[in-house]
Write a protein that binds this ligand. Structure first.
Ligand code: PLP
Length: 378
């Protein structure tokens, strides 16, 4: 199998599994809130994981709380701050993941959610953002790196616009953390959501960075875990998996980035050389090194993806959570791609476990699929 769907989820690194295993079986089963030795061993391990996550982001361990994943981190950040600071509105972009978009739609009435669009390169309209920030907006929540296209948001500029106006800034960095450097001592945002399974950690594990000093209102209330910020007995093995994944990512961020970029460049060079129909999405702007979203003009992802799958190549059309929907991916619609072109969009997303051989096999599978589709259509 050639797995090129790493923005949906990644393979658990064997070293991550090794770090988790002793806390799933054996004697490390204590409740981290217990004051006896069995509890303290687990508590210490959790705190070590917190330090590893905070090192990856260059923030203080006290600014990290653990969660069940990206969705929970995002939902709780928005819930906590969308109604504070005197404002009662939240500003988001038109290309947010469902964890932001659908959540804000469900939670607030229509007038309380201000949406700012993106241009044809997927870049948020910063002038409109600036002009939309009035005293009613308490929180801005923007995707850091887009899950469908890999396009990066101008995060420093967004912070520079929000901070002087006293508006809090949350980034959904689920696709960015572990793939590109994020240094919170330089980026003065207030909240960052992340998810372990996007960088070789376990599913169902995430974290939220909450800048020290913010007045947090928890979504989960109960036993006072996570210093009262997120109640519920900790998912210990998952937290340790997230910690190990963070440690590994921090150790090899630049090396992995180079590898991913060279795989992506090789892939995109071959695709554009060999398939006239190929249009690379976001080729003029900064993108994640691992993501290549390509529209194959005149073809439909609905036909191509199952054929590639039959040949052992796993890719997707937009976000995994909207799998099964073959319409144009949301981001491409917002970037004003013609529906016909966007319907042929395929997201290829690489990881450190891919090789050049995977690229060559994918190119071959694309050739075979196009030949078959052409023979049916002609
Ligand atoms: N935000 C983005 C940009 C994502 O890509 C995803 C997952 O695909 C999420 C949020 C949700 O994260 P999780 O699957 O950990 O709940």
């Amino acid at each position: 199998m050639v797995y090129l769907d790493n923005n949906s989820t990644t393979k658990v690194d064997p070293l991550v599994f090794e770090a988790m295993e002793p806390f799933l079986r054996g004697d490390n089963f204590g409740n981290p809130s217990s004051i006896h030795t069995a509890g303290r061993i687990v508590r210490d391990a959790i705190e070590e994981s917190r330090s590893k996550v905070s090192s990856l982001l260059n923030c203080s361990p006290s600014e990290i709380i653990f969660s069940s994943g990206g969705t929970e981190s995002i939902n709780s950040a928005i819930s906590s701050f969308a109604n504070t600071h005197g404002g009662n509105r939240v500003l988001i972009s038109s290309v947010e993941h469902a964890a932001v978009d659908d959540f804000t739609t469900a939670k607030f009435d229509e007038t309380a959610v201000v949406k700012v669009g993106v241009d044809e390169n997927g870049q948020i309209d910063l002038d409109l953002l600036q002009n939309s920030l009035d005293e009613n907006i308490s929180l801005v929540s923007i995707i850091y790196a887009h899950n469908e296209t890999g396009i990066l948001s101008p995060v420093s500029e967004i912070v520079e616009i929000c901070t002087p106006k006293g508006v809090l800034c949350h980034f959904d960095a689920v696709q960015a953390v572990g793939k590109i450097p994020i240094n919170l001592s330089n980026l003065e945002c207030d909240l960052i959501s992340l998810s372990a399974h996007k960088f070789h950690g376990p599913k169902g594990a995430g974290a939220l960075y909450i800048k020290d000093g913010l007045n947090w209102t928890p979504s989960q209330i109960g036993g006072g875990q996570e210093r009262g910020k997120r109640a519920g007995t900790e998912s210990v093995a998952n937290i340790l998996g997230l910690g190990k994944a963070s440690e590994l990512a921090a150790l090899s961020l630049s090396e992995n980035s180079k590898l991913l970029l060279s795989l992506r460049n090789r892939f995109e060079a071959k695709v554009t050389q060999e398939f006239e129909s190929a249009v690379i999405v976001g080729s003029n702007v900064e993108r994640l090194p691992n993501t290549s979203n390509i529209c194959f003009d005149g073809y439909e992802a609905e036909a191509l993806i199952p054929l590639l799958d039959q040949k052992g190549v796993c890719v997707s059309h937009g976000a995994a959570c909207s799998s099964g929907s073959w319409g144009p991916p949301k981001a491409l619609k917002e970037m004003a791609y013609a529906d016909d072109l966007a319907k042929g969009s395929i997201r290829f997303s690489f990881s450190k476990f891919n090789s050049e051989k995977d690229i060559d096999l994918t190119i071959q599978a694309l050739h075979e699929s196009f030949t078959l589709l052409d023979s049916i259509n002609n």
